[in-house]
Write a new protein. Structure first.
Length: 294
C-alpha cells in the first residue's frame, strides 16, 4: 500500500521543519508495517526556492508551478505526479498525529470504500484545542449532501481525509476553481453527488493549526470561491440543477446574514425560512454554533 501526501506551498518556509518532522514520524510507522509514503510539495511561489534538507527525506519531492496558480491547480499538479493508491491533501500549516497515515490507510483499505474522514483538533487563538465532531449526530452528517447544501461543509480541511486515488472525480481535475478557498468543498460535493462511499475514524488524527491567516476563516474569500465553482457545476452532468440552486441560495443567505444588523438578520431569515430552520436544527443536534466556514 502506497500513500501520497500532496501539499501546496506558498511562501511557507517557516512551516517546513514541523511539516517534515510530521511526515518523517508517519513514514517510520508506515515502513514498519510494510507500506510506502511519498510526499509531493507543490511550490506555488516560484520566485522562492523550496527544498528540504538533504539526507533521508528522499521520499519528499518538490515540483514548482510556472507561476502562482492557486491551491486547486497545485493539488491537481501534485496528484498528476503521485503514484500512491491513497491520497491526502494536507495544507502547509497543518499537522498530523504520528500514527495518522497508518491508521487511516489501514481502516480505509479494510473498508473497501472511497474516503475516510478522521476527527480534527482545532487550535484556538489562545493555544487551546477544540475537537471538531463532538456528537454522534454530527458524525452522521459528515458526508450528508443535504447538510452541505443547506448548512455548509462539515470537513475542516482535506487533511482530515484519505481518498482512494481512483475515487477523485475527473470533473474536479478538469474544471478548476479560479478563486482560492473552496476547492475542497467542491471536491466533496462532487464525490457525494457521484455516490462515493465514506467511513470514519473517530480519533483526532488531524491538527488544524491556528495562524491568524487561515484562508478557511476568511468568509469573503471562501464565498467567492464557492460562487466560482457553482458556475462550474452547471456543466457537471450528474450534479442536480436544483441542488446547485439550493447551494447558491444558502451561500447568498449566509453572506447577507453576516453583514446585516438584527432587523436585517430577521428579514433575510424569514425570506429563507427553510434554510434558517435547517441551520437551527443543525446547531441544536450537533451542539455547535458553527455551520458553513466554521
Amino acid at each position: 500500500m502506497k500513500i501520497s501526501v500532496i501539499t501546496p506551498f506558498y511562501e511557507g518556509a517557516e512551516y517546513m521543519q514541523d511539516y517534515v518532522a510530521c511526515m518523517d514520524a508517519n513514514r517510520d510507522l508506515l515502513l514498519q508495517n510494510g507500506h510506502e509514503l511519498e510526499v509531493i510539495l507543490v511550490n506555488d511561489s516560484p520566485w522562492k526556492k523550496l527544498e528540504t534538507e538533504p539526507g533521508p527525506n528522499q521520499y519528499i519531492k518538490v515540483i514548482t508551478n510556472p507561476e502562482n496558480k492557486g491551491i486547486h491547480y497545485s493539488r491537481v499538479a501534485g496528484l498528476k505526479e503521485s503514484s500512491g493508491d491513497y491520497i491526502m491533501f494536507l495544507d502547509q500549516d497543518d499537522l498530523l498525529e504520528k500514527d495518522a497515515l497508518i491508521k487511516m490507510a489501514t481502516a480505509l483499505n479494510m473498508s473497501g470504500l472511497d474516503i475516510i474522514i478522521a476527527n480534527a483538533k482545532l487550535q484556538q487563538a489562545d493555544g487551546s484545542y477544540l475537537e471538531w465532531y463532538r456528537t454522534s449526530e454530527h458524525w452522521n452528517l459528515v458526508w450528508d449532501l443535504e447538510t452541505y447544501l443547506r448548512v455548509g461543509i462539515q470537513i475542516i480541511s482535506p487533511g482530515q481525509c484519505m481518498i482512494k486515488k481512483d475515487a477523485i472525480p475527473q470533473f474536479w481535475l478538469d474544471n478548476l476553481v479560479r478563486v482560492n478557498g473552496a476547492d475542497d468543498y467542491y471536491l466533496w460535493l462532487l464525490m457525494m453527488a457521484a455516490g462515493k462511499k465514506y467511513c470514519i475514524l473517530k480519533a483526532s488524527e488531524y491538527i488544524h493549526k491556528y495562524t491568524g491567516s487561515n484562508i478557511s476563516a476568511d468568509t469573503n474569500a471562501t464565498d467567492a470561491s464557492v460562487y466560482d465553482f457553482v458556475e462550474l457545476l452547471y456543466d457537471c452532468d450528474y450534479f442536480k440543477k436544483e441542488d446547485i440552486i439550493t447551494l447558491h441560495e444558502m451561500i447568498t443567505y449566509k453572506a447577507q446574514f453576516r453583514k446585516s444588523n438584527v432587523l436585517g438578520k430577521i428579514g433575510c431569515s424569514l425570506a429563507n425560512l427553510n434554510l434558517f430552520l435547517a441551520n437551527l436544527k443543525f446547531k441544536r443536534i450537533t451542539k455547535t454554533g458553527y455551520g458553513f466556514n466554521r
